[in-house]
Design a protein around this ligand. Structure first.
Ligand code: HDE
Length: 716
């Protein structure tokens, strides 16, 4: 590792990793035994045209290691990207939790991995999917993992249904199609008879499932957890991560194109933002509910298909996370990191959410398979920054050399150490919740409200967000081959909102069938009476919650252009001054401008100067950018109007409701790109024809101009 990189944004975990870093720069090639290799080009043969000799230990070592390079990918969340950083506590957390890392001003190293869920490791970043949001805090009291998602609820209420759910969404077993997509029979078959999924379905069909990048999405712990204060008082909490740059998404047509043009779009963005010093930031917050208030809501805090609306319980911010360093090695760090929501520290505890309880089993179990044995905690990225002492011994690939004779307790040969710690010495003691119940396989009556929060979500969306949800459902169900599945989904959607079902049905060319006779899976045990398990009817009081709409996230209130990407289209003969002025204005606001031209290399301006070109039209597309500007200069604009890729660039940016700007000569390209009336594009919202950069920069701060979509796309 170069010294420069290893010292960048240092923290205790990064220093601890130093002992495992290897840098070959300037070194001799060796075998794994440290033997210098004299010939790495040719295997050992009996004569230069003869057979290879078994004796060739160098060949055998190299090939054998190669043969064993792969490990099983994660069964879910296989595709991911991660970064190092730190968490810094505000002065708000200590009154609710005795956790050391929540004491005001404490800085704790973190490693955060984002992921898609359904796709395999080589799939595309832009699949319509939930995103994993897993943070490992290397605290002075041991590792704390907050293993969440970018959506606050889940598809199922009980862990026992997880394998069923995952089997339904994964590629179908007979032909392994489709990859990283929920738009197929088995997923919607399962969903259409599983009412508890309907709230989550609303989130997954919304633009939350196609983030603009990973830096602009929220995170949620999903389950209700507990914080325990220094006096031992417990409070229920829901964890939230709020991105400093607000929540932003792409549109579905963009997502489809990005999947082909740059399947690594999100991974590249995170990597590049960190390399550029644009460190992503989130604030960690909690919604706090006193134990005495556990049952005061009309939903159950233990039901993972429910949120606590922020209007009922606001989010208290506990600190901020900054990601400021990329990993050195993808496999060693991002692939081998092992999260587990059972990794907690004193001051944090669980609730009885039956999904959470099942997860407490799964995460260690899955690492045993994936990482090959019980010593995965010794892999550098998984090691805590504090030392580990216990009587656990041996197993595959053991790294620690435990000295002494005793690996048991009690012992007197080693003064009965390692010894238990009192709570005052940092010992973890589970919260003593009183539990009294019969041993039953059952689902609480309080879990039978399947639709009210799905409706709350729908009610809370802006018009354009509703359009996107309707279109997403039309797309997904349109890909389903069985009409009976489509029809059952319409029945489900009608339970959420008639308007939603009617609009989706129109695109599918179907009527909403009667719900009579449809057998739903309501989690009824074989011997129970199904009538007892019916979904609770809607009350008509579902209302709205502003925090559920992307339109209301912080960035949209505090409009800025930080880290936005702009393409400046130009060809030889362009007006260099218009390019320079726009670049300056964008960079002053923290945005980035890239020059896109018909060819790579240097652009020759009308005044004869040369400017470096960032991308040729062949190597990029408008879907990679937040806005597009056409540089001035008649010769340049004329050349661009002859290029289908340039015309398409504008057409797509306009269709995707992005700011489109042009110096006055650029009008011609806009007109060539228009569909519908050629002059309409010039009048579209968010289209600026201006020889100065101001109007374009102001539009970029606004973001997308959804009115265009409402006008130009087929009504849904
Ligand atoms: Fe996971 N989940 N999950 N999950 N999950 C895994 O663990 C599981 C659930 C989440 O970047 C696996 O190491 C069960 C909810 C994230 O490495 C596995 C159930 C939430 C990640 C597993 C759930 C999550 C995982 C696969 C239902 C949001 C990626 C590989 C009871 C709160 C972590 C692995 C990373 C990964 C099991 C449901 C989040 C198999 C059984 C709800 C972010 O153990």
């Amino acid at each position: 590792m170069s010294k420069q990189k290893s010292e960048k944004n240092h923290n205790a975990k990064l220093s601890e990793l130093e002992q495992n870093r290897e840098d070959s720069t300037g070194k001799f090639l060796t075998t794994n035994q440290g033997l210098r290799v004299n010939d790495d080009q040719n295997s050992l043969k009996a004569g230069d045209r003869g057979p290879t000799l078994l004796e060739d230990f160098i060949l055998r070592e190299k090939i054998t290691h190669f043969d064993h390079e792969r490990i099983p990918e994660r069964v879910v969340h296989a595709r991911g990207v991660a970064a190092h950083g730190y968490f810094e506590a505000y002065d708000t957390g200590a009154q609710y939790s005795k956790a050391d890392f929540l004491k005001a001003g404490t800085k704790t190293p973190v490693f955060t991995r984002f992921s898609t869920v359904a796709g395999s490791r080589g799939s595309s970043d832009l699949a319509r999917d939930v995103r994993g949001f897993a943070v490992k805090f290397y605290t002075e009291e041991g590792n704390f993992d907050l293993v969440g998602n970018n959506m606050p609820v889940f598809f199922i209420q009980d862990a026992i249904k997880f394998p069923d759910f995952v089997h339904a969404v994964k590629p179908e077993p007979h032909n392994e199609i489709p990859q990283a997509a929920s738009a197929h029979n088995t997923f919607w078959d399962f969903i259409s008879i599983t009412p508890e999924s309907m709230h989550m379905i609303m989130w997954v069909m919304s633009d939350r499932a196609i983030p603009r990048n990973l830096r602009m999405m929220e995170g949620f712990g999903v389950h209700t957890f507990r914080l325990i204060d220094a006096q031992g008082t417990a409070r229920f909490v829901k964890f939230h991560w709020k991105p400093k740059l607000g929540v932003h998404s792409v549109v579905w047509d963009e997502a489809l194109q990005i999947s082909g043009k740059d399947p690594d779009f999100h991974r590249r963005d995170l990597w590049q933002a960190i390399e550029d010093g644009n460190y992503p930031e989130w604030e960690l917050g909690v919604q706090i509910v006193e134990e005495a208030d556990e049952t005061k809501f009309d939903f159950d805090l233990l039901d993972p298909t429910k949120i606590i609306p922020e209007e009922l319980v606001p989010v208290t911010k506990l600190g901020k996370m900054v990601l400021n360093r990329n990993p050195d090695n993808y496999f060693a760090e991002t692939e081998q990191v092992a999260f587990h929501l059972g990794h907690v520290v004193p001051g944090i505890d669980f609730s009885n959410d039956p999904l959470l309880q099942g997860r407490l089993f799964s995460y260690t179990d899955t690492q045993l398979k994936r990482l090959g044995g019980p010593n995965f905690h010794e892999i550098p990225i998984n090691r805590p920054v504090v030392t580990v002492h216990n009587g656990q011994r041996d197993g595959h690939m053991r790294q620690q050399i435990n000295v002494g004779k005793t690996s048991y307790s009690p012992n007197l040969l080693n003064e009965n150490t390692p010894k238990q710690a009192k709570q005052s010495e940092g010992g973890f003691a589970s919260y003593q919740e009183r539990v009294d119940g019969n041993k039953v396989r059952a689902r609480s009556k309080s879990f039978r409200d399947h639709y009210s929060q799905a409706r709350l979500f729908w009610n809370s969306q802006a018009d354009w967000e509703k359009v996107h949800i309707v279109k997403a459902l039309q797309f997904e169900l349109g890909k389903v081959e069985e009409e009976s599945v489509r029809e059952r989904m319409l029945i489900q959607l009608a339970q959420v909102a008639d308007e939603l079902a009617t609009r989706v049905a129109k695109g599918l060319g179907l009527e909403i069938p009667s719900a009579e006779g449809v057998q739903l899976n309501l989690g009824v045990p074989a011997d129970a009476d199904p009538a007892e398990y019916q979904s609770r009817p809607l009350t008509g009081k579902e209302g709205k919650s502003d925090a559920l709409s992307i339109e209301n996230t912080p960035l949209n209130a505090d409009k800025n252009i930080k880290t936005k990407q702009v393409a400046i289209l130009a060809a030889d003969g362009a007006d260099g001054d218009s390019i320079t002025a726009l670049k300056k204005a964008l960079e002053a606001g923290g945005a980035q401008a890239k020059l896109v031209a018909p060819h790579l290399g240097k652009l020759r301006t009308g005044a004869g100067e040369t400017i470096k070109i960032d991308f040729s039209l062949q190597t990029t597309a408008s879907v990679m950018f937040d806005g597009v500007y056409v540089a001035g200069g008649d010769k340049s604009v004329q050349a661009l109007t002859q290029q289908p890729d340039a015309v398409n660039f504008i057409n797509e940016a306009y269709r995707h409701c992005k700011p489109v700007g042009a110096a006055s000569a650029g009008k011609a390209l806009l007109k060539a790109a228009a569909y519908g009336g050629a002059d309409d594009i010039l009048q579209g919202d968010g289209v600026s024809i201006d020889d100065g950069p101001d109007a374009f920069v102001a539009n970029l701060a606004i973001g997308r101009f959804w009115s265009r979509e409402m006008m130009s796309e087929p009504k849904v």
